[in-house]
Design a protein around this ligand. Structure first.
Ligand SMILES: CC(C)(COP(=O)(O)OP(=O)(O)OC[C@H]1O[C@@H](n2cnc3c(N)ncnc32)[C@H](O)[C@@H]1OP(=O)(O)O)[C@@H](O)C(=O)NCCC(=O)NCCS
Length: 197
């Protein structure tokens, strides 16, 4: 009997699907988070063990509704994760994190496409007014993709992060709903017929 493929979709655009993280993703998460070419851009530095990843996965539901993480899927393959953290309804803000672990998928616009879908959820469903994130100054790719999604620099913590034998600034970036809405208009037209939001 042929297997029926069950596709889980949380959000979708032309090339990107966001779906909940599944248990079957855990080995990939382990590969991505331990890859030094990926983790150098993140705050983690100690080796992540299978037990750490399993615990992270099984405890994820307990962090609702303040935190949510989704898998980024392209051509039916998970390539990374993206999330909203510290969702604060009183202040109307949350922070974001992203990790595309498949390095051959960098610089193809998947990150910004996924981020536009996540921001649509943050602004149009959660009714947040501001989403912020921080990036280590040498992570020019992350800085650039955030700007593409409407983020603007709000400030810097000088010499805040030690990596590669020296201290780097930590840059704080935010996107406000009004600024994002203008970009969303264009995005919506470009993705017409594909969008599931
Ligand atoms: C950061 C990340 C999510 C971005 O996703 P992505 O799909 O690679 O990003 P996009 O392709 O949408 O945008 C990247 C942009 O950065 C630009 N870029 C890449 N390297 C650059 C550099 N050294 N200087 C300036 N711009 C750069 C690209 O040209 C592209 O812009 P363009 O589309 O205008 O040409 C992904 O690369 C990633 O997960 N990296 C590793 C982990 C990480 O850094 N996470 C974020 C921590 S804050």
């Amino acid at each position: 009997m042929s297997e029926v493929k069950q596709e889980v979709i949380f959000r979708r655009s032309k090339r990107v699907t966001l779906r909940p993280v599944l248990e079957q993703d855990v080995p990939l998460l382990l590969k991505w988070i331990n890859d030094p070419e990926v983790s150098k851009y993140l705050k983690v530095h100690l080796p992540m063990m299978e037990a750490d990843e399993n615990e992270w996965f099984t405890s994820m539901h307990k962090r609702k509704p303040r935190d949510m993480v989704v898998a980024i899927v392209v051509d039916d393959k998970p390539i990374g994760t993206m999330g909203l953290h510290g969702i604060d309804h009183r202040q109307g803000h949350a922070t974001t994190g992203a990790l595309i672990g498949e390095k051959d998928c960098w610089d193809k616009g998947y990150g910004s496409e996924a981020k536009m879908l996540l921001l649509e959820f943050a602004f149009n469903v959660l009714n947040l007014r501001k989403v912020y994130s921080n990036v280590i100054a040498f992570n020019e790719r992350s800085h650039a993709y955030s700007l593409k999604c409407g983020y603007k620099e709000e400030g810097r913590l000088k010499d805040h992060h030690y990596a590669q034998g020296k201290y780097w600034d930590q840059i704080w970036l935010s996107v406000y709903r009004n600024d994002w809405e203008l970009l969303w208009e264009t995005f919506r037209k470009e993705h017409e017929g594909f969008l599931m939001v």
